[in-house]
Design a binder for this molecule. Structure first.
Ligand code: DC
Length: 228
């Protein structure tokens, strides 16, 4: 076993399977998994519930002061779940209402500063797998291993559709496609830390790779980092 602990940053487009890979990797290495998208989603839920106007900087700053986020491991499922001001919102943040607004909220400078500061504290002791859009570029630019995940857009639409259909059988594939295209666009084109590949990231295009193949490849990269 390796005693050295590293930071593994996983970035990429929506619905590339980042969280699935990150969770499995964290379990394998006995690392902490942090889903930063869940943080932006929980903030979005708070803004929706409290009708925070996204154009009102003062209202945003005031709202952020009232938000406390943390993760807890569910003792039954062993999955990490996000809490917003003490309430488990792990399921609520997956709804389309939140998905429709989250990119807009995640593009707000004050929101990003709030979330990034907390992510940096969470990862300070290393031994983490963190997934998001700006982990290797902004949150941990010195992460020992950076992975940039991507896949063909239609493959991602089908994956997201399967996920959402399980929660809401009324959802249409066009709705999912529209939401994904819009999120890709906003995430990649926002002024504040847009989604982009870090120069030193390893690219994982999983359009034609199954989960086992991806995992084997990433484990090779991890072992390479740990032994250097
Ligand atoms: O990974 P996800 O789909 O749960 O992310 C939700 C949204 O949050 C998505 O639009 C991108 C944004 N996000 C971000 O801007 N930065 C991160 N580190 C993580 C997510």
């Amino acid at each position: 076993m390796f005693t050295k602990k590293i930071i593994i940053a996983i970035d990429g487009f929506s619905s590339c399977g980042k969280s699935t890979l990150a969770k499995r990797l964290a379990t394998q290495l006995s690392y902490t998994f942090i889903d930063t998208g869940a943080m932006y989603r929980a903030i979005t839920l708070y803004f929706l519930r409290n009708s925070v106007a996204l154009s009102n900087q003062h209202a945003i700053e005031a709202a952020l002061q009232n938000i406390e986020l943390h993760f807890e491991i569910n003792s039954t499922t062993k999955q990490s779940e996000i809490f917003l001001n003490g309430e488990n919102v792990a399921h609520l943040i997956r709804e389309l209402l939140v998905a429709d607004k989250v990119s807009e909220v995640a593009a707000i400078k004050e929101v990003r500063h709030f979330a990034v500061a907390q992510q940096q504290v969470m990862g300070a002791k290393k031994g983490i797998v963190m997934d998001g859009r700006d982990i290797g570029t902004v949150v941990f630019p010195k992460a020992e291993l950076k992975i940039f995940m991507t896949a063909n857009p239609e493959t991602r639409v089908l994956r997201r559709f399967d996920e959402l259909y399980a929660i809401n059988p009324h959802i249409s594939i066009d709705e999912v496609r529209h939401n994904l295209e819009l999120r890709d666009y906003i995430d990649s084109n926002r002024a504040e830390s847009p989604l982009r590949q870090a120069e030193d990231a390893r690219v994982l295009d999983n359009t034609h790779l199954d989960r086992e193949q991806q995992f084997a490849l990433v484990l090779e990269w991890v072992n390479h980092c740990l032994s250097n």
